[in-house]
Design a protein around this ligand. Sequence first.
Ligand code: FAD
Length: 449
Amino acid sequence: MSETVTIVGAGLAGSLMAIFLAHRGYSVTLLEKRPDMRLESLHAGRSINLALANRGLRPLRAVGLEDRVREQLVTMRGRMVHDEQGSTQLQPYGQHPWEVIYSISRPGLNALLLDEAQAAGVDLRFCKACLQVDLDGGVLAFADEDDSTTIDLPLRRCIAADGAGSILREALMKRTGFNHSVEWLEHSYKELCIPAKSDGGYRIDTNALHIWPRGGYMLIALPNLDGSFTVTLFLPNEGDPGFDSLDTPDHVRSFFHTRFPDAAALIPDLEDAFFANPTGPLGTVRSAPWHLGDQLCLLGDAAHAVVPFHGQGMNAAFEDCLEMDTCLEATEGDWARSFELFFERRKPNADAIADMAIENYAEMRASVIDPRFLLRKQLAFELERRQPDRLVPRYSMVMFRDDIAYAAAQSRGRIQLEIMERAMKGKQRLEEIDIDAVEREVLETLPPI
Ligand code: FAD
């Protein structure tokens, strides 16, 4: 088979999709607007990391990359919650040893995927920015930044993996019958760094995702392999505190030293890094449909960017790649039908994780210190111990159970929440709840998973 496929965007999703398609025998061209990241020093001292969960690992396993990816992982067993006095408390994510998530370097993972795509025979072309999409004429125009010329490619069997600001989505959504929306959060983010100790060791607990929840905003930190932590501040754009009011080094210092004193003590270049690093917006992209005949299909953030509070955007994008591969298998390479099937299967799941990611912001920045949240978690764990085939906490379904689709996790999660909220009414402690009665309700209401 030597059918050609074009993928726009060599980020996480585009690179993995290219590997799947090359393994199927297609002749794949992968075009990326940026230079080859493998030739640059990886972000020159600024490491960005992501939480990888089982859902994301499964597609990597399917292309034979799991072992190499595992070499890059740092295990996170739970949330380490830091209060304003500097005390910490570990809240395990699950109740089984395998219920963990992993921190991985974004550039490290992207470079590994590019290496593998290259080894699989993918034609990688960097500094090629897609500038124009002519859906009627069936042409994609790229600027060749190497020699300032333009390149036209036929728009056929094209996968748009060009991220949340996708130019291909913009073009597609101008057509009648296509719709998209970008819902901006009134909060943004900024990345900082806790460096490693001089001997390369970690300054805070290695195997946890650290959170400093402060109600309306929060700081988090994920470990890197080199002993450092990537720290992210999520804060309203406006207000006090807000990004607009943190406008001088004094304001930044005083804000951090008052609200996150233990973290502030670990970030030596706090004020400099705060003003040097960009403030990033956070938004949810919804679009439908994602495909046009056998010409074009959106994938990953280009189709459905989500806010990062469930740590699932990349995981969902990787699941997309596996699903697209499954659709091509099911339709014996009928591209138009594969694109259609892919959209039908993934859209409900993309919508579900978009909603759950927004909800999880409130959980991370506020609920983790709320006694009712902690009671509900205890109750959910107890019910899971009793009825593991019927009740799995929603967080666990999303993060650990790649056999449960996002949409199913969301709908089961709603029913579970109702049952638990009813049982918890007027109760402060687990011992006050009639667990046998709740268990009976679970058996009556929830079918086996
Ligand atoms: P991208 O990674 O954005 O890749 C798109 C690629 O297309 C880029 O290389 C870009 O240069 C290229 N491109 C863009 N336009 C063009 C063009 N016109 N022509 C050619 N190339 C183009 N997800 C998780 O699973 N876990 C996490 O912990 C997590 N944390 C996050 C934290 C933050 C602060 C943010 C913002 C996101 C986080 N995400 C996380 C989400 C994750 O980053 C995305 O879901 C993921 O990167 C999507 O991959 P993608 O390949 O679809 O898009």
